[in-house]
Design a protein. Structure first.
Length: 332
């Protein structure tokens, strides 16, 4: 469960209840959860390792794609994983896979596209380098737009990746780029740390056993910055995030600049007991309810400036009480 101190202390709960009241409360909670929640949503992942151009890069990109594929397939729950690498990394194959995913995805599912490799930008068009014809940012956007999932995340870890922002930008779609402009054309290391973020439990900064897209971004960005500092090299990449559907991407998303709201509510990977609960039909709906409450809390943090202080505290306290009750049921 998240650290309650992060959001503020809820009002004190009654310390004495009769057994009958406690039992009735718990049964009512379970009934509400079991009847109000829809069937569990799935997460569809498409990962593509592009053209390396040189043996070293070819091996590096393929290894990252394999590692990510293993992590995602081992995450349990309703993960649907598609990974393209080597000879399969072609524009035609990407189109086929994305078309297939578009037929399988439901509106309440989530979709994640991760691009690993080299990219190019000529000042007007971004292209993801592949075996054979490259695929442009506009073409990638058209494929993603056909995916009916209302929650989408695109992680472009390639060089010049920011050049794809104008084409990919859309409301309710979180975008993460390894570069802050299309002119940062050197090979990137951000992808390495993005994959590492999904392996390292330290990424879960709020300790709720779910790694959000925002947490993974911050982890990978910090590691990338540290890489250049340790190597005493001039940084040739600066990761950015955009998830409002308008404006430019930013280096440091926050409630102040409005960026990070969608990414903070995007559960990228479950770990620990949350991962085990996702595989347990008896607890899956409770886990879904917990994640919904956590997302509501994250959303409320971004709306704080527009609310009266008392109203904000009242809404926050109510959500925290509900979250504590659901967590108690999960811990049994």
């Amino acid at each position: 469960m998240r650290n309650l101190a992060e959001w503020g202390k809820p009002p004190g709960l009654p310390v004495r209840h009769s057994c009958r009241v406690c039992l009735c409360t718990l049964l009512l909670l379970c009934a509400v959860v079991m009847t109000a929640l829809p069937s569990s949503a799935a997460v569809h992942y498409v990962t593509v390792a592009g053209l390396g151009g040189e043996p070293d890069y070819e091996q590096r990109f393929t290894t990252l794609a394999k590692d990510l594929d293993k992590i995602l397939k081992g995450s349990g729950g309703d993960a649907k994983v598609h990974t393209l690498m080597g000879a399969e990394s072609t524009r035609a194959k990407i189109t086929d896979v994305m078309t297939q995913v578009a037929k399988e995805v439901k509106s309440d599912d989530a979709f994640v596209l991760t691009l690993i490799g080299h990219g190019s930008y000529d000042g007007r068009d971004y292209k993801f380098n592949l075996k054979g014809p490259d695929v442009s940012g506009i073409e990638l956007a058209a494929l993603c737009d056909r995916i009916p999932a209302t929650r989408q995340l695109i992680v472009n870890t390639t060089s010049a990746s920011h050049g794809s922002l104008p084409a990919l930008q859309k409301p309710n779609r979180a975008l993460i780029f390894s570069t802050k402009s299309g002119s940062e054309r050197n090979a990137t290391v951000f992808g390495r740390y993005w994959v590492e973020a999904l392996r390292d439990t330290a990424t879960d900064s709020d300790k709720n056993e779910t790694i959000s897209a925002l947490e993974a971004f911050r982890y990978a960005d910090q590691k990338t910055t540290g890489f250049y500092e340790t190597q005493k090299r001039l940084a040739t990449e600066h990761a950015v995030l955009e998830d409002t559907g308008q404006g430019d991407a930013v280096r440091a998303p926050s409630t102040e600049n409005g960026q990070g709201k969608v990414a903070s509510q995007f559960p990228l990977l479950r770990i620990g007991s949350a991962q085990r609960a996702a595989a347990d039909p008896a607890k899956r709906q409770l886990l879904d309810k917990k994640e919904q409450l956590e997302q509501q809390i994250d959303r409320l943090k971004y709306e704080k400036a527009a609310l009266a202080t008392d109203d904000y505290r009242k809404k926050l306290s109510a959500l925290l009480v509900d979250l504590a009750q659901v967590q108690e049921e999960l811990d049994k």
